[in-house]
Design a protein around this ligand. Sequence first.
Ligand SMILES: [Zn+2]
Length: 407
Amino acid sequence: MKYLVLIGDGMADHPLEVLGGRTPLEAADAPALDALVARGMVGQYCPIPEGMPPGSDVGNLTLFGYNPRETFTGRAPIEAANQGIQLADDEVAFRCNLVTLTDGRMEDFTSGHISTEEAREIIAALNDTLAREFPVKFNTGVSYRHLAVIRGGDAAGTAGLVDAVCEPPHNITDQEYAPHLPQGGGADLLRTLMDRSREILAAHPVNAARLAGGKRPAVSIWLWGQGKAPVMDPFLEKFNRTGAVVSAVDLVKGIGVCAGLEVLNVPGATGWLDTDYAGKVAAALDALNRCDAAYIHVEAPDETAHQGRVDLKIQAIEDYSRFVVGPCLDYCDTHPDTRVFAAPDHFTLISTKTHAGGPVPFGMCGPGIPRDAATAYTEGTAAASGVHIAEGHRLLRSFLCDEAVVL
Ligand SMILES: [Zn+2]
């Protein structure tokens, strides 16, 4: 049997007045998603365990079949794993966004989706200055998403860094940022680094060029999502399946690295609407020639929702359906011994421009998967299905391991 897991990041949403009381999924023309359900079933599952933060980190661990309560230490250490960064015992990895702050507000947690090339110059400038003065090293990631590795020095220092309360910048779009600066034991160093970064970035030529070009500048770093290295059992040992991951974002690739999966690099994968869907699907289906399972993660539904752009979120859902789900169903036609699972990792709400917890819709089809009468993939059909899986990671285990999927 082959297994395809298709992740539409942040795709689930609430009904919107502007859509006449429908959700973006309900408003989208997504026939392939509906066909997936028609071939199998729809239901609700909880990607985020009760009381845990509704982040892509926690939600995607669930989708890889890991219990976030046992494996989650923070988002940044997962991304660090993807970058090949080995964290020492006294080191804590932080996500380091490049953000645009304007008039005391978080205007843009992406600095206008700054390019990796521009970001690389800025990160180099931070290493030339801050890394000489403080126990920190900055590592360039993709676009606005970077990492800072901070040495705690001793157990108390490390614990202070781990326990500091850091707000994800995508949660405070348009809000005053000062009340959301790091709090708690290790926060002083974090605030100092963020303050000092503003001085350095204000004078940086990349920002002068961006402003001249009418683009948003990288005004500051924003540190969050910290943690020490996670310990995860290899996917192969846990599920007796080999697997591969296709994603544009370090976080999801990092889960793949931590799980011992093959992480595929697709050059045109951007994490945005312009991503190379065909390239991603081709890489995943090719991986099924040598692996049992392939994951395809699509970031655009989440990013567009963070911008509050309902039109773009609907486009992202339609593109995901047409260019990812559709070709995977076509693959099932020629390879009938294949199961497909499609779901988001959490809600990303247009109304608040941020994530939310709660049960989201999943669809799945293939041999050994129960069939229901549903013919549409929406929040509503999932809620009406009567299928509600509280522990999401158990659903994925059953999908990957059980001859007949048990709900
Ligand atoms: Zn997500």
